[in-house]
Ligand binder design. Structure first.
Ligand code: FO1
Length: 329
């Protein structure tokens, strides 16, 4: 088990990968982990390029994450964003902490002087030493926007608003009719992404949001095809436990695309490789063991294990299960 590639979004993917690295340090110290990170949540705010999922993975693996929030920096303050608000600028409901702002300022400075997002990410990671290679899914901007079903505040039915406004300002509680990845047509996989999938021994789809995180990565031209063709085993971990989203509001996103909020439905949504889908195997929580027959019938080798990630040891235990299944032939 030399090369492992993880497709990650925000908190769930970051915490799983932290557990994976912890486990590998004990069992496979020479393993190399590459994390392909969703950039669909990225946005321009106050003239700065903010990359929520790249930063969540970088801070979580680098030891700077705000553990309570799951995003942003530990020990954060808000003096600068309050000053920006005093000018009536920015998003009052979206916290850009003082420490976090340094990351956005450095990244934006790099981008403005010609660096690609991959290059900027590599430079930021030199400081944080995440212990894995972080690759944005694309160096071209791909932003998830949501189409509102009805008027709300200054917006009208049919308007597109950035995902972060829907997610943070409205907590996903206003109805949306579709997700649009703005910029997708002009996007290509970032350097190293397709190779990280083709040359892996194991590819993991962690318990990230299957729609706006994993789904957005899969939408980048060439990535879904690379997953279908890779000789690596592809093992997924359900983000749904006992019929509800573990974190975030994945259930709201699944409803928009017409997928039931269940461990089985998400596994079947990803599909089995033998039927042209993505998965060789799918981990569900013990409370969802009833889902195993349907998944096996669909050609997905399914296993029921404890999936709650309370801390690094529980995340590492899940990673150990993924590695065990990934090693089977
Ligand atoms: N999430 C919130 O619930 N409230 C916020 O004010 C907020 C600010 C924020 C700033 C930078 C950043 O990287 C992430 C931030 N997030 C915030 C989390 C973000 O919405 C999510 O991490 C992802 O977009 C979904 O995975």
């Amino acid at each position: 088990m030399k090369k492992i590639t993880v497709l990650a979004g925000g908190v769930g993917g970051a915490r799983f990968t932290r557990g994976l690295l912890h486990r590998l340090a004990a069992s496979h110290p020479r393993a190399e982990v590459t994390v392909i990170v969703n950039t669909g949540d990225d946005l321009w705010l106050n003239g700065l390029r903010v990359c929520p999922d790249l930063d969540t993975v970088m801070y979580t693996l680098g030891g700077g994450i705000n553990e309570e929030w799951g995003w942003g920096r530990a020990g954060e303050s808000r003096r600068t964003s309050e000053e920006i608000g005093a000018y009536g600028r920015g998003w009052s409901w979206f916290t850009l902490g003082d420490l976090d702002l340094a990351t956005h300022i450095v990244r934006t400075d790099l981008l403005r002087t010609g660096a690609t997002l991959s290059e900027a990410t590599a430079l930021l990671c030199e400081r944080w030493q995440p212990g894995a290679r972080l690759l944005p899914m694309s160096d071209q901007p791909v932003e998830t926007h949501v189409r509102l079903e009805a008027d709300v505040d200054e917006h009208h039915a049919g308007d597109l608003v950035h995902f972060e406004e829907w997610w943070v300002r409205y907590r996903a509680h206003v109805e949306v009719t579709e997700f649009i990845q703005v910029g997708l047509a002009e996007a290509t996989a970032a350097p190293g992404v397709l190779d990280a999938i083709h040359s892996a021994d194991l590819v993991v789809i962690p318990p990230s949001n299957p729609v706006v995180s994993v789904g957005t990565i899969l939408a980048v031209p060439g990535i879904r095809e690379a997953l279908r063709r890779t000789p690596a085993r592809v093992v997924g971990v359900s983000p749904i436990i006992g019929g509800s989203a573990v974190r975030g509001m994945a259930d709201h996103c699944l409803r928009v695309i017409g997928v039931e909020t269940s461990a089985a439905a998400v596994g079947l949504h990803y599909g089995s490789r033998e039927s042209g889908g993505l998965l060789d195997a799918w981990l569900v929580d013990e409370t969802d063991a009833a889902a195993l027959p349907a998944l096996d019938a669909a050609g997905i080798r399914a296993t029921a294990v404890p999936l709650w990630m309370h801390d690094v040891p529980t995340s590492a235990a899940i990673a150990a299960e993924v590695l065990a299944i990934g090693a089977e032939r």
